[in-house]
Design a binder for this molecule. Structure first.
Ligand code: PMP
Length: 437
């Protein structure tokens, strides 16, 4: 009979909860599209846990795979040892990912995938005798996790302001969104591809031959579902190519079906040099991430005599058997149920539902792509974030879990969602938005 407040001495949940000055809302179970709350109510999961349970909750195939693996081989280091499931999973992922992004490095989280990607980029240049290429470029409003590298390239200054200096040699491309012409545009906005040219400004500011890599989320999730204008990613790719800079996609949110294709690489048809993933890889059930690297990059940094010795990287839990088994069963579930297609199959229905909120009070922008949405509310003067947080509380009371960031509501439901769930979610939001007015 423990109450949430009694737990805080033992467990420090996400520190960001403090901003809401509330104990966590307790869940006791989950199945499919729903959480079961401690008071017995069902809560529809509108955000796939935290953008990760893409196949929904407690899927039998995944549960069974974990049970079976625990009875066979619970743990094996990747250091000096190996096991078959890791190779099977790496092969399967390489086949799923387009192009030559065929070498896979396993991690345990999005933050670790980002650190790994940044280090590989620097190691690659060094192996090719370009040890001076160490600068890293991120983007304003980018989110790349909470470790030092990712926090530094990340473009949310509030997340890093108390830590003073960033990792040395980091810059951020300017990124504005909500450009007047793009408001309420269905899908990818038409305007703003020239934002990519800010990379050229940074190449003028620093000698471009000192820049190792540019990292972007193809679609920025945590800053409030900010969509890339048409042509933006292509332009970034072209500028990077011109200067020998590696392009890294942080697909921690977009990978594994969010956009109606396995990866954003497929969806946008732009191939970066390195792709960082995590979240949906093992359906949020066991921590698991994977970094995909172009074969030629892998071969270069693994064959440089110096980097072979100096590139020391790997985690105790990299590619552990339990996580690999969960990931393999997750991929089986995605494929058997055609979940990578879902964002395309339901895309129009979803887009209509999102854009139908246009007439609700205080809605100043609506963004949708695949099965993801951003609903931007006019902040209350002097009380930013209050309106969206109020919406969160009211939606929760009505049985819908949403995520808010600033005054933006984000939706990113499990891909098992059906039309009736979409109707429920948007009817609920319509009622909520009227109430918070
Ligand atoms: N990159 C992106 C794009 C993310 O959305 C997140 C998590 N929201 C991360 C990195 C960090 O992932 P994790 O919380 O698993 O470390």
């Amino acid at each position: 009979d423990m109450r949430p407040n009694d737990l805080k001495a033992y467990w420090m949940p996400f520190t960001a909860n403090r901003q809401f000055k509330q104990a966590p809302r307790m869940v006791v179970g989950a199945e499919g599209m729903y959480y079961k709350l401690a008071d017995g109510r069902d809560l529809m999961d509108g955000i796939a846990g935290l953008w990760c349970c893409n196949a929904g909750h407690k899927r039998p195939r995944i549960v069974e795979a974990i049970r079976k693996q625990a009875g066979e081989l619970d743990y094996s280091p990747a250091f000096q040892m190996g096991h078959y499931k890791a190779f099977e999973l790496a092969n399967r992922l390489a086949n799923l990912m387009p192009g030559d992004l065929n070498t896979v490095f396993f991690t345990n989280s999005g933050s670790e995938s980002v650190e790994t990607a940044l280090k590989i980029a620097i190691a690659y240049h060094r192996a090719r005798g370009e040890g001076h290429r160490t600068r890293l470029i991120g983007r304003e409003k980018g989110y790349h996790g909470v470790n030092f590298g990712g926090m530094s390239v990340g473009g949310m200054p509030a997340n890093r302001k108390m830590f003073g200096a960033l990792v040395a040699g980091v810059d951020h491309m300017r990124h504005t969104h909500g450009i007047a012409e793009n408001r309420f545009s269905r899908g990818q906005p038409d305007h703003g591809a020239e934002l990519a040219d800010d990379l050229e400004r940074l190449c003028q500011l620093h000698d471009p031959s000192t820049i190792a890599a540019v990292i972007v989320e193809p679609l920025a999730g945590s800053a409030g579902v900010i969509l890339p204008p048409k042509g933006y990613l292509e332009r970034l790719r072209a500028i990077c190519d011109r200067h020998g800079i590696l392009l890294i996609f942080d697909e921690v949110i977009t990978a594994y079906g969010r956009l109606g294709a396995p990866f954003a690489v497929d969806y946008f048809g732009v191939e970066p040099d390195i792709v960082a993933t995590a979240k949906g890889l093992a359906n949020g059930v066991i921590p698991m991430g994977a970094v995909f690297v172009q074969e030629n990059i892998h071969d270069a940094f693994m064959s440089g005599p110096e980097t072979m010795v100096e590139f020391f990287h790997g985690y105790t839990f990299s590619g552990n058997p339990m996580a690999c088994a969960a990931a393999l069963a997750t991929l089986d579930t995605y494929e058997e149920e055609d979940l990578f297609e879902k964002g395309r199959v339901l895309g129009d229905y979803w887009a209509d539902a999102v854009q139908s909120l246009k007439d609700c009070p205080n809605v100043i922008d609506l963004r949708n792509l695949g099965l993801i949405a951003g609903i931007e509310l006019e902040p209350i003067a002097g009380a930013p974030t209050k309106r969206a947080f109020d919406a969160f509380l009211r939606a929760y009371e009505k049985g819908l879990l949403i995520r808010t960031t600033g005054d933006i509501i984000a939706l990113s439901p499990p891909l098992i969602i059906e039309k009736a769930h979409i109707d429920f979610a948007f009817d609920t939001l319509r009622a909520v938005l009227r109430e918070v007015a």
